[in-house]
Write a protein that binds this ligand. Sequence first.
Ligand code: LLP
Length: 452
Amino acid sequence: MARPASAEEMNRLSPAVWPTSTRRQGDGALEIGGIDVRDAAAEFGTPLFLLDEEDLRERARRYRSAYMEAGAHLVYYAAKAFLATSVARWVTEEGLGIDVASGGELAVALRAGVPGDRLLMHGNNKSMAEIEAAVAAGVGRIVIDSFEDVVRIADAAARAGVVQSVLVRVTVGVEAHTHEFIATAHEDQKFGLSVSSGAAQEAVRRIAKLPSLDFRGLHSHIGSQIFDASGFEVAAARVVSLAQRIWDEQGIEVEELNLGGGMGIAYLESDDPLDVADMASQIGEIVAKQCANEGIPMPALAFEPGRAIVGPAGVTLYEVGTVKPVQLDGGAVRTYVSVDGGMSDNIRTALYDAEYTVVLASRESAAEPMLCRVVGKHCESGDIVIRDAWLPSDLVPGDLLAVAATGAYCRSMASNYNVLPRPGVVGVCRGEAAIVLHRETLDDLLRLDPGA
Ligand code: LLP
């Protein structure tokens, strides 16, 4: 990571990574959604997630309209990225459905008042209780992920006296990530039913014999943080050719094709994901072309973006606790900046070598840039939030740091490591701050311990 040329460059807020309402106030402190980050930290404590409601809603609208234009019948928000009732309401108001992957996510969506038919349920090991809850809620689509699912969902629907619409999740041997994808003839992973072994077709055969199930189509999710459409091209070719075989051999039409989520976002200014309008139209054209080649009608499409809706709308605020210069071999100095959270609120750096953008948020500084490693307060050296960052050399304990693009897969993957209460999430919009998720308290954690 190159040294910023000047203090101004270091203080600068790249629109590629910060929520649209982020700006520096006259005195240099950051403001998001019209809220001064110092006020948010004082009122709600740190670490704290701020969610820019307008930014999130705007993304939901943009993704929805781009995919609808490309032939989608419904765009689902993938709740795993982050879910709370307010977020479920916001995305529903913007016309999205919600993809839930557990009974817990289903319960939150229902609590938010999301109509059952706007929901889709995933899971490679749904419990009977989760399936029954989904059927009872009238979930629009349940995605079948195993032969056990076929029997269990059919049974739950029959007992409830309903016909449940289902998709079959297929694995096509494509694994995509950023600009690269790997395409193989085999599918060595836990999700879905494989195309090459004939398992996917066998599932469709079994579903067709069960009167409590209505086969609607196929589902394929090829990965996450994807920057271009090339992986989708290979996946679509394989899924569409499967659809053709299902039609040919079983006379069953694949009416829907859900291509999952995975659209990438910028974590660094240098990240350059394809714009959603281009991504959507390219995927739409790819599927149309493949269908024309195979001589089958174009199915209605569906998508499940998670990260792309909520990721860039979220920011983490931390308070600096210690600033420790460490001499490196060769004489250089790296300054370890410890914050009051860490791998318990952002595991992505430790888990995926994820990279983030950080700025000094409580003030602006004209001091020279210093090379830092932003680390957490947990008891292991891998507890790193940002491996390499340039921060002002006058950084002191008590300063606030803001980390960009933490709305997805940070709070949702948070843990209580070292018995740390998980941070709260606050929605900010036009100068109003509202709690989206309360900060956990020590009492919340002690309550689970019988104390015996
Ligand atoms: N649909 C399905 C079936 C999925 O498995 C996923 C993500 C999505 C949709 C949403 O993908 P998105 O648009 O958010 O990329 N924890 C990892 C990401 C795991 C994604 C798992 N599945 C991370 O922090 O990068």
